[in-house]
Design a protein around this ligand. Structure first.
Ligand code: SF4
Length: 449
């Protein structure tokens, strides 16, 4: 049996695509290797969102090419966003590469590997578009390390048509394509039958799911109709979704946080910048004032809600004044979490050719300033949690945190605690005993559990 190792770069959507490819490979008679050393095939599922992610994947492939010199039968391949954007040039520049598969052809990987093992050694490159490919990411590999897997990811749509000027996703993932609600609900049901208690609905712009195919009903968008349908699945305890666009947070979605008991009290609301001038240059389609109104509405509808965001430091043309607007928005909103990135030029995106690119040194400085605002806010919030009892869903044991067990709150915060394997997969009340900026430590609130 040939063994395949898949290394994944980038976001949760890529993790989910890799999981689905692994499930398809297993169904085709391949085994999934725990490391590249044990593998006959190594596939890199790539990310193009930042230059660093692309450089890492290319560097990794160079190392694998050296390994192949000693082990010529090793099959090497690229999948995903960088495969889509660079196509055949990857195999031309790195002759050790046997396979390049784009973002709408993941499901073809098993048959292409069959062909490579039976064939003459020519590289296979397939980055074509395929209608209906969004429904091919549906198979799962649960609990491969012997643990009960309690959280599952469901890919509900692919592609994006927002064309934010910094973003390569519309070019690598194509136009928006959504799966039917019934098909998504059925996949969630199957996961629950396997023991999953929490699902995260995934898509490049998840809040747009179904908007082309399904009309609003009683003022509710297709995405909110989907949330309502998933909320009805018996045995499911929690629903999350990512990655949304702030424009997707209409009054119907805000109200869903008050109405749907399984929808977790966490909203990821990627603002990117606090300056209206920069938001316009980014083509984000909202203003700072509009964004702040959404934050207020969410907090009014669901007072327990945690809000996280994405920030880009040093977008082209960002002046000190623009940056101060971002810093002040961070202070005003008090985010529970933020993913802060220095602007990274992506080839063929409009922002890459904009004038007044910000120097690396200045981007780094702005990155640090925003990070400090975030960290001091998080530290204050975490201190306030000490003494409170929160519900966590126990996901497993952490090697990094002294082998403690860990779980996630409904507000998407990780809590470490001393517990046993018997707690895995349980919803437990824990009392927060200690907190750092990043981490919460708790104690099981009801003894003898
Ligand atoms: S909405 Fe998100 S995925 Fe789409 S172009 Fe903008 S940043 Fe990229």
């Amino acid at each position: 049996m040939k063994r395949v190792y898949i290394k994944t770069y980038g976001c949760q959507m890529n993790e989910r695509d890799s999981e689905a490819v692994a499930a398809m490979l297993r169904a085709r008679g391949y085994d999934i290797a725990p490391s590249e050393r044990d593998a006959d095939v190594v596939l890199l599922n790539t990310c193009s969102v930042r230059d660093l992610a692309e450089r890492k994947a290319i560097g990794k492939m160079n190392l694998l090419a050296h390994l192949k010199e000693r082990k010529p039968e090793l099959v090497l391949g690229y999948m995903g966003c960088m495969a889509q954007s660079r196509g055949a040039s990857l195999a031309e520049k790195q002759s050790a590469v046997n396979l390049v598969v784009g973002t709408q052809r993941f499901h073809r990987v098993p048959e292409y590997l069959d062909e490579i093992f039976a064939g003459d050694g020519d590289a296979i490159v397939d980055v074509a578009e395929e209608s209906g490919s969004e429904s091919t990411i549906k198979d799962h590999v649960l609990g491969t390390n012997g643990d009960r897997q309690v959280a599952g990811f469901v890919s509900i749509m692919q592609g994006c048509e927002m064309y934010c000027t910094f973003c390569i996703v519309p070019y690598t993932r194509g136009s928006e394509r959504s799966r039917p609600i019934a098909e998504i609900v059925e996949e969630v049901r199957r996961l629950v039958e396997e023991g999953v208690k929490e699902v995260t609905l995934l898509g490049q712009i998840v809040t747009s799911c179904g908007r082309k195919e399904i009309r609003k009903k009683n003022g509710k968008s297709a995405f909110v109709q989907l949330l309502e349908a998933v909320n009805e699945v018996k045995g499911l305890e929690r629903i999350r979704f990512t990655a949304p666009h702030p424009k997707g947070f209409g009054d119907d979605l805000v109200q869903a946080y008050a109405d749907l008991p399984k929808l977790c009290e966490h909203a990821h609301l990627p603002v990117q910048s606090g300056s209206n001038r920069i938001l316009k240059a980014m083509n984000r389609g909202y203003t700072r004032e509009w964004y702040l109104r959404i934050v207020d509405k969410l907090r009014a509808a669901q007072p327990k809600i945690a809000i996280s965001t994405d920030i880009i430091a040093g977008f082209p043309g960002e002046t000190e004044e623009d940056f101060e607007q971002t810093a002040s928005l961070m202070r005003d909103v008090q985010f529970d979490q933020a993913y802060i990135f220095k602007y990274s030029k992506r080839q063929d995106t409009p922002a890459a050719d904009m004038p007044d690119q910000v120097s690396e040194k200045e981007k780094e400085r702005r990155n640090q300033v925003v990070l400090e605002i975030l960290n001091s806010g998080m530290a204050r919030m975490h201190q306030k949690l000490i003494g409170q009892t929160v519900e966590i869903l126990v996901e497993g044991r952490s090697e990094k945190a002294g082998k403690r067990m860990f779980g996630r709150t409904r507000t998407n915060k990780i809590v470490f605690f001393d517990g046993g394997e018997r707690h895995q997969g349980e919803l437990l009340p824990v009392r927060i005993e200690r907190a750092t900026t990043i981490t919460l430590y708790g104690d099981i609130a009801i003894h003898n559990l």
